[in-house]
Design a protein around this ligand. Structure first.
Ligand code: PLP
Length: 396
């Protein structure tokens, strides 16, 4: 039997704040009632603030981030279209695989896992594409498998400098609502996220923000689609309704989580993620271990992927943490299996929680055979948190 609190430090699904959980505990309601829009119209409007778009249109699909990937592709592209993608972790890999399965002609740039989107190489290829064969460029903003954040604004600059017209797709599943993301400023055409990470909800919603340019493209796009058809959503969404049964409880939770984000302030949420993440990174450094992320420019403020010493199996670290200490760390995915464990630090989180993660990671690492000095990582993080105290706590 497990006693006490369970500690969830995977990079999604994340911890759900108690008021959000309670907000979802409501009776079922009529999704065609005259006042249903009172709930949903505000969600569309407020999600636009989270995506930082004024002109984009938000869609809420029952599904998850993967469904939103598919919705983005099938609504705006044509079979056989050439698209430019980079692969530098398991999630960027899976997006490439989906694009191939859907029949796109994918120009893939393979990058060592630990680096991010190769902006210079993208720029070179876009510059060489004199006849505009490339119809879309894809960027995984935060590669959750490696803890790497990429420079989306840099990709926009590359497109502009080459005067290239391709659509810009961004996977913001583990960045949006946690790491700075600016749809309009960065000229993003399709931004994808899910409900279970920065938005602090259960999985169940695939969320998309779509630019006017991408909406225009969707009118002529011939890729096959049915469930995810934008135009089915557009007219009904305008008055707050949906073409099929929406997950109403999740909408109530989303209302509450958005209220929390705006009460804290989106900029403060982003700053908090940075402050907490930096404490975790200081702890890792004090253990003498290394992140998968190659350099500070790539460090992710939502997840740290930590390489264990060569003679230690990261799966053991994770197993021991789970079985003995009631904590879940993220596993190493694909080529990182056994070499890496991940600490997810996003969503509803504070200093005490990060210190717990570091402290239990020390116990788990040591039990799995790593030489870590107890308290070293915790103390390094404490030093950082002491120097970088948060503003007064809010009661939200
Ligand atoms: N993209 C990224 C960066 C992710 O981290 C994930 C899931 O962890 C996905 C896409 C897939 O999202 P979902 O599991 O919600 O389908």
């Amino acid at each position: 039997m497990k006693t006490g609190q369970t500690h969830l430090f995977i990079p999604g699904p994340t911890n759900i704040p108690e008021p959000v959980r309670q907000a979802m505990n409501v009776p079922m309601q009529d999704m065609r009632a005259p006042d249903f829009g009172d709930l949903t119209l505000g969600l569309f409007a407020d999600l636009k603030r989270v995506f930082r778009t004024e002109t984009g249109q938000v869609f809420l699909f029952p599904g998850s981030g993967t469904g939103a990937w598919e919705a983005a592709i099938t609504n705006t592209l044509n079979p056989g279209d050439k698209v430019l993608m980079a692969r530098f972790g398991q999630f960027s890999h899976l997006w490439v695989e989906m694009a191939q399965r859907l029949g796109l002609d994918v120009e893939v740039v393979d990058v060592p896992w630990g680096a991010g989107c190769p902006v210079k190489e993208f720029s070179r290829r876009l510059g060489a594409d004199k006849h505009g064969q490339i119809k879309a460029v894809f960027v995984t903003h935060n590669e959750t498998a490696t803890g790497v954040t990429s420079d989306v604004a840099g990709v926009r600059r590359a497109l502009d400098e080459c005067m290239h017209d391709a659509l810009l797709f961004v996977d913001g599943v583990s960045s949006i609502a946690s790491i700075d993301f600016r749809m309009d400023d960065w000229g993003v055409d399709l931004a994808v996220t899910g409900s279970q990470k920065g938005l602090m909800l259960p999985a169940g919603l695939g969320i998309l923000a779509v630019s006017e340019k991408a909406m225009e493209a969707s009118k002529a796009a011939t890729m096959r689609r049915a469930y995810f058809e934008f135009s089915d959503m557009v007219n009904l969404n305008a008055t707050g309704y949906f073409p099929y049964t929406p997950p109403t409880q999740l909408f109530h939770g989303l209302r509450r989580s958005l209220d929390r984000i705006f009460a804290e302030g989106l900029d403060n949420v982003i700053a908090r993620h940075h402050r907490l993440a930096e404490g975790v990174r200081r702890g890792v450094q004090a253990w003498g271990l290394h992140l998968v992320a190659e350099s500070p420019a790539f460090y992710s403020d939502t997840v740290s992927a930590i390489r264990v010493p060569r003679d230690v199996d990261a799966r053991e670290v994770i197993r021991i943490g789970y079985e003995r200490y009631n904590i879940s760390f993220g596993t190493g995915l694909a080529q990182l299996a056994g070499k890496v464990f991940r600490i997810g630090h996003l969503g509803d989180l504070n200093e005490g929680m990060c210190l717990t993660a570091l402290s239990l990671a020390e116990l788990s690492l040591a039990a799995a055979g790593a030489k870590v000095e107890f308290g070293a990582g915790v103390a390094a993080a404490q030093d950082w948190y002491a120097e970088n105290a948060p503003a007064a706590r809010m009661n939200i």
